[in-house]
Design a protein around this ligand. Structure first.
Ligand code: PLP
Length: 370
């Protein structure tokens, strides 16, 4: 079976994990700080806080930014449920909005329609790695005094107008889970540009323990610590950071190869009737996943057909406003409701062989032409 996604990991990652084992320091420590430093260099930014998942990154970003009960956050319904659960975990209310059919990224006009007195944040999701219209989002944020908290789980390595996602904006959250553009096994990061906010989020990732207070007293009383804010046990471990450090060195080759595969798919599928390909800017995008729209009503049939040929596929995502848990926040989103019946995710990962790519293309061609 060709899977939809698979991490590209091996001996080098294992060697670095072995070193962590040998050091005896498995938890939050020097390897995590090194990983944060390397990500800061990669993005060209000053404050990266590494955490244990992308979901915790989102939750701690909202909490650290002071988003609370009674506040509203505008979020696309077509995203992974983690985006929405993070809003609810912070006590706030998700307000679902539409996405654009060509990119599956947030529809800016629909965001504007949903802004109200309680709106405190907008959460753009850079779908498949394709950057959202950040200029419009940041200017809306400025105009209405609303934070832009980016769910960049798909977009590590992507750029917007030549600037890396995470190097500008208000708050950016990444995921380094097993299938993301780079993996730590599990992991995530919050990126901010404000020193004070960085300090709050750093404390919150480790139960609110104030490291500054600890360093003030450590000479005299090394056991001393102060808890100055309510926090969580969300820090990244040295084991996960060791994997991430190796992966980060490979990011350019990961991006290059995945761009080539997307290009091959696009060329093959653009001419098939019944398929609509998404718009891709392959100069800027570090592709995370590959999605097409099946416009002849045969999406479910295609999933079954591909499975019969040993090819994995999936639907990312079932809109959150249709999920039982999120019923209290449900609303009518006709574009999203149509789109999700059309989308199918096809295999895309660094280690795909030429034969894997050909098999996927040929199976799709056969399905639509026979
Ligand atoms: C859009 C989106 N947001 C958030 C997450 C959560 O990341 P993690 O799995 O690291 O918790 C994911 C993970 O798949 C995602 O796709």
């Amino acid at each position: 079976m060709i899977p939809i996604q698979r991490p590209s990991i091996g001996f080098e990652e294992l060697e670095e994990v072995k070193k962590v084992f040998e050091s005896g320091w498995l938890g939050l420590g020097s390897v995590v700080f090194e990983f944060e430093k390397r990500i800061e260099e990669f993005l060209g930014t000053a404050h990266v806080i590494a955490v244990n998942t992308g979901t915790s990154a989102l939750h701690i970003a909202f909490d650290g930014a002071g988003i609370r009960k009674g506040d509203e956050v505008i979020v696309p319904s077509l995203t992974f449920c983690a985006s929405v659960e993070a809003i609810i975990a912070a006590g706030a209310t998700p307000v679902f909005c539409e996405v654009k059919p060509d990119s599956l990224n947030m529809d800016i006009d629909d965001i504007i329609r949903h802004i109200g007195p309680k709106t405190k944040a907008i959460m753009p999701v850079h779908y498949c790695g394709s950057p959202c219209d950040m200029d419009s989002l940041l200017s809306i944020g400025k105009e209405h005094n609303i934070l832009i908290i980016e769910d960049a789980a798909h977009a590590f390595g992507s750029s917007y107008k030549g600037r890396r996602i995470g190097s500008f904006g208000d708050i950016t959250c990444f995921s380094f889970d097993p299938i993301k553009n780079i993996t730590c096994g599990e992991g995530g990061a919050v990126v901010v540009h404000d020193e004070e906010l960085a300090e709050i989020i750093k404390r919150k990732r480790n139960l609110g323990i104030d490291r500054e207070a600890w360093s003030r007293y450590k000479k005299k009383r090394s056991w001393y610590y102060e808890i100055t804010t309510q926090g969580y046990r969300y820090h990244m471990s040295n084991i996960n950071a060791a994997i991430g450090l190796v992966q980060l060195k490979k990011i350019d080759q990961f991006i290059k190869r995945k761009r080539e595969i997307v290009k091959r798919y696009n060329e093959a599928f653009a001419i098939i009737e019944g398929i609509s390909i998404l718009s891709w800017d392959l100069e800027e995008t570090a592709p995370f996943s590959y999605i097409i729209r099946v416009t002849n009503g045969k999406r479910d049939e295609l999933i079954d057909y591909l499975a019969s040929k040993g090819i994995g596929s999936g639907v990312h995502y079932i809109p959150n406003h249709l999920q039982p848990l999120f019923k209290p926040y449900s609303t009518s989103l006709p574009v999203t409701e149509r789109l999700w019946q059309e989308i199918i995710t096809l295999p895309l990962f660094f280690d795909m062989s030429e034969k894997d790519i050909e098999d996927v293309i040929n199976a799709i061609k056969t399905f639509f032409t026979s």
